[in-house]
Ligand binder design. Structure first.
Ligand code: UDP
Length: 504
């Protein structure tokens, strides 16, 4: 082994299977490989195939990146392990294969998704520094910190009475109906998840400083100073293949058809509508969206993922009469059932707006593409992200969704077609408001791109983490050379503690 190989830092990335969690962590692994780190993605058996090509392309361009598939123990299965895997998916069946892999390879650090909370015990037992990846940005963490500290939601009389979030850099108002159930009823996530969020080496954040500077500062002051903002990680998808194949095993349209359709439209004229990888939208809501989009008169690409009450994907009778035919004939709309090449669509010059559920990845991807949004939060931390987009960044128009509902619960709230059409008109209508939001979004996109380039803030944070891990390894090697071999427990001291981690 030559000296260059000896000094190469080795980072392991263990993504959760669901789309909103797996995609950014895989991007993060690729990003660190581009910084000269030896990156290893540990894939559950169900996810490995979709990652293969991107990893191979990176290898061909000289990056040191490897994909290792964990093999399930005999007679064991992993339920619901596709892109729409919900947070409750129990992956602990992978405990033993993970332990074996880490014992054999002993990386310099282990980056894990908070939904694999059980993996913290495996890693701690081996004395490997662990870094948590929660998949969200700083703003939502700060909002939740304010709620936990001051409990303003307990001082209002109804679920729909607005209250202020104390202590935040901007004036942010929410209602109790918009809060996650585990915030309304006290911290959730269970003991194991809470434990796994403590005693970490630090937190990896998919965001960039210039997007939310006041909240990044708040986050580092009030929540943990051991945080590295390294995003937007989706920018590591540099060529068309990367963008088309991201989450590829589920892609539901020929990418070229999609691009041809977009090419036929005017710049900034198309609205992209998607609710992410997990949400289930009831048929009654889909009907309102259909009429609302048609009434708005703007061309659209609408991704229809899971329809609630239609797990076998066969019920299509929710479509309003003649809708499909009208939009095909007029070439006004393109419907994608299943999975769309989102990065490719967002960055196309014809795309001028995005109706989004405000999942953090979609939020950041809209910013990165310079596309303003209609915000339609449903679940998770999406109502906080809506506030960031509308009240802080001012690149979003609210559709008027007020009800936080867990992904597995049937939604009672239906947003009517008039509200849909009105929000779309405000976003795409071409007036002063449209122009200002589009300009702001474009400016943020420039900052996002600069952040990950050499000299940018995210680039610097990634390098800072690499340096810290190298120093940690040197200290570790030094201690090992003076501590008797049977005293290995001394080597497990974590380098940093993350206080007050949330159950997001
Ligand atoms: N995504 C995609 N095609 C789709 C739906 C989603 O590529 O048809 C990607 C999207 O680009 C984003 C992720 O899946 O990176 C969804 O993450 P987000 O945080 O926005 O929402 P979640 O799925 O976690 O609710």
């Amino acid at each position: 082994m030559d000296s260059a190989q000896v000094s190469k830092l080795e980072m392991f990335f263990f993504p959760f299977v669901g789309g909103g969690h797996m995609l950014p962590m895989v991007d993060a692994a690729r990003l660190f490989a581009s910084h000269g780190v030896k990156s290893t993605i540990i894939a559950p058996p169900t996810a490995a195939i979709s990652l293969h090509s991107a990893v191979q392309r990176d290898q061909q361009s000289g990056h040191h990146i490897t994909l290792r598939t964990l093999t399930l123990p005999p007679d064991q299965t992993l339920d619901a392990a596709d892109m729409s895997a919900p947070p409750s998916t129990d992956t602990s069946v992978l405990q033993e294969p993970l332990h074996r892999l880490l014992t054999e390879l002993r990386p310099d650090c282990f980056v894990f998704d908070m939904f694999h909370s059980w993996s913290a015990d495996v890693v701690d037992g081996l004395g490997i520094p662990r870094i948590v990846f929660t998949g969200n940005g700083c703003f939502s963490r700060c909002a939740e910190n304010s709620l936990r500290r001051h409990a303003p939601h307990e001082k209002v009389d109804s679920d729909f009475e607005p209250f202020l979030l104390p202590g935040l850099p901007n004036r942010i108002e929410l209602t109790r109906s918009q809060l996650p159930i585990f915030v309304r009823t006290g911290p959730g996530g269970g003991d194991r998840m809470r434990r796994s969020m403590q005693n970490n080496f630090g937190v990896l954040v998919n965001s960039f400083y210039e997007l939310e500077p006041a909240y990044a500062d708040y986050f580092k002051k009030e929540i943990t100073n051991r945080a590295w903002l390294i995003g937007p990680v989706s920018l590591c998808n540099r060529n068309v293949e990367d963008k088309v194949e991201r989450g590829k095993d589920q892609i539901s349209i020929d990418a070229q058809n999609c691009l041809d359709w977009l090419d036929s439209k005017n710049p900034n004229s198309v609205l992209y509508v998607s609710f992410g990888s997990l949400a289930r939208i009831p048929p009654t809501q889909l009907v309102e969206i259909a009429y609302g989009l048609e009434a708005s008169g703007h061309p659209f690409i609408w991704v229809i993922g899971k329809v609630s009450g239609d797990d076998d994907g066969e019920a299509e009778n929710w479509v309003p009469k003649g809708f499909q035919q009208r939009i095909s004939e007029s070439k006004k709309g393109l419907i994608i059932r299943g999975w769309a090449p989102q990065l490719l669509i967002l960055e196309h010059a014809a795309t001028g707006g995005f109706v989004t559920h405000c999942g953090w990845n979609s939020t950041l991807e809209a910013v990165t593409a310079g596309v303003p949004v209609v915000t339609w939060p449903l679940s998770a931390e999406q109502f906080y992200n809506e506030k960031l987009l509308t009240d802080v960044l001012k690149i979003g128009v609210r559709v008027g969704s007020v009800e936080w509902v867990s992904w597995k619960t049937e939604r009672k709230e239906t947003v009517g077609r008039e509200k849909v059409a009105k929000a779309v008109e405000q976003l795409m209508g071409g007036g002063e408001q449209t122009a200002v939001m589009s300009r702001r979004a474009r400016e943020l996109a420039e900052k996002a791109k600069k952040a990950v380039e050499e000299g940018g803030s995210s680039y610097a944070d990634a390098e800072a983490l690499i340096d810290e891990l190298k120093s940690h390894r040197e200290r570790d090697t030094l201690i090992k050379s003076v501590v008797p071999v049977d005293d290995e427990s001394l080597l497990c001291e974590p380098a940093g503690t993350v206080d007050g981690e949330s159950s997001l």
